[in-house]
Design a protein around this ligand. Structure first.
Ligand code: FES
Ligand SMILES: [Fe+2]
Length: 382
């Protein structure tokens, strides 16, 4: 459905309220979106050495990525005996509940994973190697696909999906142009927040800056130049660009990379984004759906060093206290609004150029298009 503005621009309408509130829609999404698309789970530096293990969530599914003697494997985090998680984690999937010590996995050199329930053990390819001395035949945990983009690890549960490179063509080159050492970065810091809203409300909020002048004063005034903000939706990618303000107006010290003043963010449908702040400050967003109306945000930072410096911590805290947390109450409020009998899908303000600025939100209708396609069973794997 569309609506015509006074200037005769045709604005598409947003999604129906039930898209954000109906558990049956959410179940369909898990099947048709989260089980078929590439989702970022971390960085290759986290599994660079033989024996290193990473856990994560892909939609509602727990996965393990492990370096087995130099080969990086992905498989479900599910014991093939009676279904215990091989490595129990928190709700983000990224923090093992135990420090991997009880099953002998402490440190960074693990040769096997032992299920905490009945102590069956598996090698880092997901093959059962020991069932308490019983002969139970060849058993292997179902694999998942793992591919990388500029060093970041993505997982796809669909064996028939197109490759990551075919899904988001050109993104790696564009990211490396503003973050040339992305592949060498390491995990430095993670902060999480549970949003009381459907995952689409979170990624719609992230992908438009129509609200920035009204809500994000620090971002608008101190990280980028608002007039230069552009959001380019294409295929499975939403590419945000902006210029940095001059050094005397910037909200933080951009030491070390005087030639690296561009802001770029590469959102990959449906729930991953890699972002580079001026000064080559590399950070990511992951959104993990917990239920139809709850979403966990993982905000992660990737520096050359594994412990943020005091200066890096200042950037992390400034970002969280302003740009990131300023959105929390907005998203929770939108969830309450779209749950109301009084909600009608409104016009989405699209710029005729197809590129959004701080005065338009083309990227939101682009997301709605991707969602409709995927829910109709026409996903392109992105
Ligand atoms: S469920 Fe894993 S060993 Fe029994
Ligand atoms: Fe925001």
């Amino acid at each position: 459905m569309t609506v015509t503005s006074e200037s005769n621009t045709v604005f598409p309408r947003g999604l129906e309220g039930s898209s954000y509130t109906d558990p049956a829609v959410y179940a369909h999404e898990l099947e048709h979106i989260f089980a078929k698309t590439w989702q970022m789970v971390g960085h290759q530096s986290q599994v660079a050495e033989p024996g290193q293990i990473l856990t994560a969530k892909v939609g509602s599914e727990g996965v393990i990525v492990a370096n087995d003697n130099g080969t990086v494997n992905g498989f479900y985090n599910v014991c093939q005996h009676r279904g215990h998680e091989l490595i129990p984690t928190d709700s983000s999937g990224s923090e093992p509940l135990e420090a991997l010590t009880t099953s002998g996995l402490a440190g960074t050199s693990h040769s096997s994973i032992t299920c905490p329930y009945h102590a069956w053990s598996y090698n880092l390819g997901g093959n059962l190697i020991h069932a308490r001395g019983e002969k139970v035949g060849d058993i292997c945990v179902p694999p998942v696909r793992v591919e990388t983009m500029a060093g970041f690890l993505f997982v796809n549960l669909d064996p028939d999906a197109p490759s990551l490179a075919d899904t988001i063509p050109g993104v790696e080159d564009k990211l490396l142009a503003i973050a040339p050492d992305a592949s060498e970065r390491v995990f430095s810091y993670r902060r999480t927040h549970e949003i009381n809203a459907n995952w689409k409300i979170a990624v719609e909020n992230y992908n438009e800056c129509y609200h920035c002048p009204n809500v994000h004063k620090a971002f608008s005034a101190g990280v980028v130049t608002p007039a230069s903000y552009r959001i380019h939706p294409y295929g499975n990618t939403i590419h945000h660009t902006a210029e940095a303000p001059s050094a005397d107006k910037v909200a933080y010290e951009r030491s070390g990379a005087e030639d690296a003043n561009d802001y770029g963010s590469f959102f990959t449908w449906p729930v991953s984004s890699i972002q580079c702040y001026p000064g080559r400050v590399l950070n990511t967003f992951r959104w993990v759906p917990l239920s139809v109306d709850r979403t966990l945000l993982l905000r992660e930072w990737w520096f050359a060093n594994s412990e943020p410096t005091a200066e890096q911590m200042e950037i992390i805290e400034l970002d969280w206290d302003t740009t990131v947390s300023e959105d929390f109450e907005l998203m929770d409020s939108v969830q309450r609004g779209v749950s109301s009998r009084g909600y009608r899908p409104g016009p989405i303000i699209n710029d005729p150029s197809g590129v959004a600025t701080v005065h338009s939100e083309n990227s939101v209708s682009h997301l709605h298009g991707l969602w409709r396609e995927a829910m109709a069973g026409n996903t392109s794997g992105g």
